[in-house]
Design a protein around this ligand. Sequence first.
Ligand SMILES: [Zn+2]
Length: 258
Amino acid sequence: MTRMRVTVIGCAGSFPGPDSPASCYLLEAEGFRLVIDMGNGALGVLQRYAGLFEVDAICISHLHADHCIDLPAYWIARQFAPEGPQPVIPVYGPRGTAGLARPDLGPGSDGIAGGPDGQLRFDVRELGPGSFGIGPFLITTERMNHPVETFGFRVEYDGWRLAYSADTGESGALVRLAGGADLLLCEASFVDGQDARPDLHLTARQAAAHAERAGVGQLVLTHLVPWNDREQILAEAATTFRGPLSLATSGLLLGPGA
Ligand SMILES: [Zn+2]
């Protein structure tokens, strides 16, 4: 038995920043590697923390580019590996993920893309709300409050519980999903004074309020839009969440004992 280890690969919101790719998280236990989201630039930085072909499964929260656009890039890497096409791995995502996962290489590209087998580099499985296992992890999903179908995740292993908001506006489902979690990775895309459209994203203050209602042990704010001031994000969240609070950075290691 090992402990779950969570590495923030990318935590920039909406587009990559100078110090972080867009959304991507690496979860490890018992040698199994689960990647949640693969936003812009994630595949590059991911290779600092896992071998290129050491990913065992992928979950995609939704099909906005800053959460999924490196998935077809990863298909390319697995398909055209010098050692030959790499084994099929499961990819969980909302409706439409299969269409995104295989890059469009143009007419007549089936030959160079490995023929019909090339379509099978990923075993794409459509997500719905509920609980299921991926490797050693127990996963629970809920629909979040975002303009496209979006899933938040709760991941449990050996009694330790992580919740991830993905992208969401204010959401009772997020409070349920994160209830009593040891750690909530929650998006905080807006700060006070910005035109925060409802049903799209959370402000830092709203993220903190969700964490407080869910009674989580620790809050790490993520999906941080590069033009926002990090000190302001932290200060606004600190008015509402009373537990341990910090901002995600690329390379941050989280988990029991981290
Ligand atoms: Zn989004």
